[in-house]
Write a protein that binds this ligand. Sequence first.
Ligand code: PMP
Length: 316
Amino acid sequence: AKCGPDGNFSAGEMVPFGPIALNPSSGVLNYGQGLFEGLKAYRKTDGSILLFRPEENALRMRTGAERMCMPAPSVEQFVDAVKQTVLANKRWVPPTGKGSLYIRPLLMGSGAVLGLAPAPEYTFIIFVSPVGNYFKEGLAPINLIVEDKFHRATPGGTGCVKTIGNYASVLMAQKIAKEKGYSDVLYLDAVHKKYLEEVSSCNIFVVKGNVISTPAIKGTILPGITRKSIIDVALSKGFQVEERLVSVDELLDADEVFCTGTAVVVSPVGSITYQGKSVQYGHQGVGVVSQQLYTALTSLQMGQTEDWMGWTMQLN
Ligand code: PMP
């Protein structure tokens, strides 16, 4: 779907996956005027297909669009386009337990600009791909390295929206971490270099006894939809949840650490390395809290329990 400066998107069309034509002087190619989203469709055992909280992705794209000076599809247009795209690709939704269909909506400044300015025209695209587990370890623990040399976001920047440039800034840190054998990077805040922010593509939680803490959303981290959902699931299971500044020192005596995101779902952290020292969690096993929350969330997403939160949308 396309739209001009009036902000009204045309009806979209379904085309086979393939390259798209883009103006060389488009806003997205020259000034990074682009946003994306990520959500998943799961197949239930009866063959029907479920989306997980797609309105949340629509709303996050709208918030991001404001920050990036772009018009965005309405929540209804967004959700409808996601539904149509999944239904047109339903044979690619894997069977229950074998993965999911990852859905990638993109919003970009496709109109031509020469001097720095928002583009005069925008394009909204959705493509899909079947996926298995994000980390090759599956629910087995991942190993993170804390990075205080690279930062993914600074106050006043664009860290709290899902704009393409945020991911450009983490490519190198992630590449170095992977070369050293880590699964991913855990970033600290750029001002004090002391407080946890998030991982390249997921949020972080620290468990100590009955208290689950996670960095508060203060403009430099992405408000994850899985993060928000896990907070509600944890509260409903009787945990105390704190959204606040979480110091890197708290990693030393945490019981468990886990990450959340659409791609990673809930991934337990087996070890964290910081300034050359490593802390291990759960004897390389999967912590009980991480396991409990993973099971509660995935059984909701896959329609294996009654949808007590009202978070799923059945497509067929
Ligand atoms: N942080 C970053 C930087 C991300 O890219 C993502 C993935 N969208 C997340 C957190 C997790 O967000 P969500 O749970 O909505 O996938």
